[in-house]
Design a binder for this molecule. Structure first.
Ligand code: PMM
Length: 336
């Protein structure tokens, strides 16, 4: 399935025909997976550049950790962390998203060049957020959320996690539309790991099509999360540490992309940039097969010629890239 795209994004981002890759730039001292590594503004900007070089389509700049149990930062600190980094990266031509639950941070980040507001609270944490999103017309990521980091692990009760998350997201979408936000601005996100214990995350991934039934693009943020650490735990039951979850993250990215996710949000971009291309080639080949097998038989006309070749998929930018790579590997004597 080719993901639909929210409206107010540059054409360069809507014409890929593949799932987008959002690279995480955490300007925080304490995020669960990469806290402190890029806390200085200069280091954060350089990290953003590196993620673009690795294949990120969008950079998500955040100044407040959502690590379970984390205390909130002040508005002043969040603004001081985020706005200069957004401004610098946007000035270099990057498509920038701001990861914030605060309307004032969203507003100033948009003024500094952000095109996307990624709100893990889906507008619940700040009642002014909907008004800012409606007025600025930015793309708005509405994540499923039940409470701030200090209480989120106490809010994990669901009758049916997929139906409950979908219903709660639908309610947020209705409230945002009622506040004047346009449907074309919206993206929804199941909020993996947010008020979801390990096992509750898998049905949400397995049922992405049920989230697609909301009729909006879907963003998936599985990167380095606890449920992957638990999945990969060794015989002692200890979850593997966050930095050892990138291969599993890329596997989720491929599966989410094949299931039609509009965007995947990740810390390590290169593996996921490859993964979404694998998914695109795989899904594209499936579609070509289905089309060629259901095409009517050719009219019997003209002299007999060489046997018809299987219908090749049109060589798009996506199919051309693996072919170029194959030519290179042959010359290099690499594996077939
Ligand atoms: N997860 C984190 C932060 N922001 N935004 C969206 N839209 N979806 C997510 O799943 C999500 C997010 C978790 O924190 P991290 O920045 O430390 O990964």
């Amino acid at each position: 399935m080719v993901p639909s795209s929210p409206e107010p994004l540059p054409a360069a981002l809507t014409s890929h025909g593949r799932t987008l890759v959002m690279g995480v730039v955490n300007v925080t001292p304490d995020s669960f997976s990469d806290g402190g590594e890029w806390f200085e503004p200069g280091a954060a900007v350089q990290h953003g550049r590196d993620l673009i070089a690795d294949g990120a389509d969008v950079l998500d700049v955040g100044g407040e950790s959502t690590r379970p149990g984390a205390a909130r930062v002040s508005v002043e600190d969040e603004l001081a962390r985020v706005v200069p980094v957004v401004r610098a990266l946007a000035a270099e031509g990057a498509v920038v998203s701001v990861d914030t639950t605060r309307a004032v941070v969203a507003e100033q980040a948009v003024a500094a060049g952000a095109l996307v507001v990624n709100d893990v609270s889906g507008g619940l944490a700040d009642e002014r957020m909907a008004e800012v999103v409606a007025r600025t017309g930015v793309v708005y990521v509405v994540m499923h959320w039940r409470g701030h980091a200090d209480v989120m692990d106490d809010l994990e009760q669901y009758d049916d996690v997929v139906l409950d998350v979908r219903r709660e997201l639908a309610a947020r979408v209705e409230a945002l539309l009622a506040a004047g936000v346009r449907r074309e601005q919206l993206v929804v996100d199941p909020g993996l790991g947010f008020s979801k214990a390990g096992a509750a995350n898998w049905p949400l991934l397995a049922a992405l099509d049920e989230l697609h039934a909301l009729g909006l693009p879907v963003l998936v943020g599985a990167s380095r999360k606890r449920f992957l650490g638990h999945l990969l735990a060794g015989p002692d039951g200890e979850p593997v540490p966050p930095l050892e979850r990138d291969a599993a993250t890329a596997a989720v990215s491929a599966l989410a992309a094949a299931a039609g996710a509009w965007c995947v949000r990740v810390h390590e971009v290169r593996g996921t940039a490859d993964a979404v291309r694998v998914a695109q080639a795989w899904v594209g080949a499936r579609r070509s097969l289905d089309t060629s097998r259901h095409a009517p038989p050719p009219a019997p006309a003209g002299p007999p010629g060489p046997p018809a070749r299987a219908q090749a998929a049109p060589e798009t930018a996506q199919t051309a890239a693996p072919q170029a790579a194959r030519r290179r590997t042959t010359r290099d004597g690499d594996s077939a």
